[in-house]
Design a protein around this ligand. Structure first.
Ligand code: NAD
Length: 476
């Protein structure tokens, strides 16, 4: 078991943490929360402002770490990692007072007279476990929500993005006291040791398989949990929208971060008569973006580690590759690849791909589409390229999914006014902006009554008949 450094014990870097230290860490967070429960919004906002300042100062360190972990181009690191977090912080700084203010709601006539309120209260100590694919953004964005809502956070970043973890420790320890925000580095076993503790909330981002382990651990203590899980997001193309622009957008969303994006188009489902033209357009757009050999492109990332690289190579075995397929194991390069019509029972179709392989399936009728979307149900995202309103509405209304974009991909993620999350296999709960604040807060309803009206009928001995009561209720 690997237990590495944590902000919790900054002076004991690389000293192994055992489970009693984890219990101490949990206790320190609990005591901090108890002591600072009434911590003013101003303190939270001041810390978020400081966080923003430190992020600006450490911008280059963040980019360097993402380059070392994923060979992420600076443009992608800025737009899809840092900028998203800055926007989330801005939204909290601007709106936190309003979001956190007690909300008056109208009272029930049954309780007349009363004053009814909703109070947003932090849960307490939050455990966050995050993945490696957007290791900065998918850690910091939920953290901003948890801290902004007044919780403490123990964060376990992914062991597969160690350079980013170090930068996270650097940034967070410069902004927050140790028992408000702590980072515990380590692998799955460390995550399991953390999951044994009783937390007030657990926020997990990662695979569906591990999500089930997290949900079981949370159930042990009846801890509320958010699960941001994997996706097998379809991209339906009926050929009525401009094909070249369709291809350009699919290529952008699919090959960003070398296909390791939870909401990347996982596969394309194109109307048969447009299949050849779409494939041609996809190839043209791939080469416009990354040249004829993406290995030489500075804008094309790499696969995170050998295990995932091998999984993708295995996915490609016995498939009909119609474009790409170039791999270079020693630098974890996996070129943009198109595959024609994989069998429905192959791993390329049954499992989330999470890499730069794009299967192209075709359809003729709505029934064909239904067959595929029913088999691969509950994706994290759903994309449809079409100019046909009826077709778009039919698909959007008939199938459950986390979120959707019409005539583009990924971009719903960037609007903090939209909740981001999955359904069924792709997750439970949704966050971003106000949705994060609400997710990380317990809504406490409070009814304040006075004594001037006290209907005697509600008290025993009760009236013999309920007809008078029924008549009154009919009128209110
Ligand atoms: P992962 O589930 O392997 O790991 C995520 C985290 O869980 C890591 O911190 C890891 O240490 C921990 N972990 C791994 N095994 C564990 C275990 N047995 N018990 C407890 N914790 C364990 O996921 P990953 O490989 O880092 O990320 C890829 C997956 O995450 C993909 O399926 C992707 O779709 C999904 N994902 C979802 C979102 C989203 O927002 N919905 C975002 C990014 C990634």
């Amino acid at each position: 078991m690997q237990f590495f450094s944590s902000i919790f014990k900054p002076k004991k870097e690389n000293k192994a943490m055992n489970s009693s230290m984890i219990t101490d860490l949990k206790e320190a967070h609990y005591q901090f929360f108890k002591a600072h429960k009434k911590q003013s919004l101003k303190v939270r906002i001041d810390h978020l402002k400081k966080l923003k300042k430190v992020l600006n100062e450490k911008e280059q360190d963040i980019f360097n770490a993402l380059d070392r972990d994923l060979k992420k181009p600076v443009f992608e690191s800025f737009t899809s990692e840092l900028l998203m977090v800055q926007k989330e912080i801005d939204a909290f700084i601007k709106n936190l007072k309003e979001w956190a203010a007690p909300k008056r709601v109208s009272g029930s006539l049954l309780n007349f007279p009363s004053q009814d309120f909703l109070l947003s209260e932090p849960y307490g100590t939050v455990l966050m476990i995050s993945p490696w694919n957007y290791p900065f953004q998918l850690t910091m964005a939920p953290l901003v929500g948890a801290v902004g809502a007044g919780n403490t956070v123990v964060l376990k970043p992914s062991e597969s993005a160690p350079h980013t973890s170090k930068v996270l420790i650097d940034i967070l320890s410069a902004v927050f006291p140790n028992d408000w925000v702590s980072v515990v580095e380590g692998d799955a076993q460390v995550a399991q040791a953390l999951l044994k503790e009783r937390w007030d909330y657990i926020f997990y981002t990662g695979s569906t398989q591990v999500g089930k382990i997290v949900a079981k651990a949370a159930a042990e203590h009846l801890t509320p949990v958010t699960l941001e899980l994997g996706g097998k997001s379809p991209c339906v193309v009926d050929g009525t929208a401009p094909l070249q622009k369709t291809a350009r957008r699919i290529v952008w969303g699919k090959f960003l971060n070398c296909g390791q994006t939870c909401i990347a188009p996982d596969y394309v489902l194109v109307k048969s008569e447009h299949k050849d033209a779409l494939i041609q357009a996809l190839i043209e757009e791939i080469e416009k973006a990354f040249g004829v050999d993406a290995q030489n492109s500075k804008d094309y990332g790499r696969i995170i580690h050998e295990k995932h690289f091998k999984k993708l190579e295995a996915d490609l075995k016995n498939q009909k590759t119609i474009y790409g397929g170039k791999t270079v194991a020693k630098e974890l390069f996996f070129g943009p690849t198109l595959v024609d019509q994989p069998a429905m029972d192959s791993s390329l179709i049954q499992d989330e791909i999470f890499g730069p392989i794009l299967p192209i399936l075709s359809y003729d009728t709505l029934e064909d589409i239904d067959e595929v979307l029913t088999e691969l149900k509950n994706p994290l995202a759903f994309y449809v390229f079409s100019q046909n309103k009826k077709f778009i509405n039919t698909l959007i209304q008939n199938y459950p999914f986390g979120g959707s974009v019409v005539n583009d991909v990924l971009v719903h993620f960037t609007n903090p006014k939209l909740p981001f999350g999955g359904i069924g296999n792709s997750g439970v709960g949704a966050y971003h902006g106000k949705y994060s604040f609400d997710l990380m807060s317990h809504t406490k309803p409070v009814v304040k009554r006075s004594f001037w009206l006290d209907l005697p009928q509600r008290y025993a001995p009760y009236p013999k008949s309920i007809s008078l009561l029924k008549n009154i209720l009919k009128r209110v």
